[in-house]
Design a protein around this ligand. Sequence first.
Ligand SMILES: Cc1cc2nc3c(=O)[nH]c(=O)nc-3n(C[C@H](O)[C@H](O)[C@H](O)COP(=O)(O)O)c2cc1C
Length: 324
Amino acid sequence: MKRQTQFDHSVRVDDVMFKSPILLASGTAGHADELDPYVPLREIGAIVVKSMSSFEWAGNKAPRLRPTNAGMLNAVGLQGMGVAHWIEHDLPRLKKVGATIVASIWGFSIDDYQSAATLLSEVSADLAAVEINLSCPNIGSSSNSANSRHGIFAHDENLSAEIVRACAVSKTPLWAKLSPNTDRVVDVASAVEEAGCKAVTLINTALGLAIDVESGLPGLGNGGGGLSGNGIHPIAVRTIFDVRTRLPRLPIIGVGGISRGEDAVEMMMAGASCVQVGTATFADPRAALRIDREMRQWASRHGVNNWSEVVNAAHKGGLATKQR
Ligand SMILES: Cc1cc2nc3c(=O)[nH]c(=O)nc-3n(C[C@H](O)[C@H](O)[C@H](O)COP(=O)(O)O)c2cc1C
């Protein structure tokens, strides 16, 4: 058994270094420093803030969240005050607590995405990356339809690539957040890589629906929603594994149902350079710190000095024997 000598917890996504492989997932950690009292933001890899548009948006009707036996359904619908408001009110608070910041953007059209990216270009020095959310299942022209698929740009590789090219105004490394609700995800990942993305974030929520058996009606104000949490973890691992198999050089940020250090390690073995924690924070606001600690303990037990020894292990015949 190999013993750990000098442990380095930092990870690299393309040219950007993060002090820890644990990032907070968009929409689950607030717009600013709300989580800092529970998870000191300067101690984790980064916070990916709630997806923002170039305009103010009210989001969906309540109820917006619903627990299920397999995780959580949400249909928040990307409520927010817009990028300009965030830059004026929330960004200073994040900088004050020493957070590494990834901004996330969304829109209804290519122009919307470009406008949001243009606004963010004014603060590019404060951002580690811009994550382009191409995969929200909760917006669209028929927001009350339980099976609406409108608005999931990441189901179309040409449209996804066009949006990425339009966002090149941002001057910050671009990541594209993709959808598990299509069998085209590998093709879409390839298209956004070609269009200039420095990484892909895999995965957003899986389309889901709950019916309230008292009323006989859908349990969320929007009708359908996106499933997150433990139930989608194997879907995320599979998606990461498949994208890594086809695209050996594209950095991947893994997200989906991580609630333990081992879940994060598993995603890195599938091909992720780092991971994001989302729904686990709703059950325990300190979850990201606990998962970070569990990863360090796993590394110590397995004689791992650097996460690059673990990333892609499932593609390389498993962990090196001396580390098992
Ligand atoms: C309440 C809620 C709001 C979310 N809002 C966003 C969002 O604004 N932008 C985005 O890209 N993903 C959003 N997501 C998706 C998460 O970032 C993440 O991809 C997904 O929940 C899977 O990770 P998890 O199982 O760890 O939660 C949201 C998820 C939840 C539960």
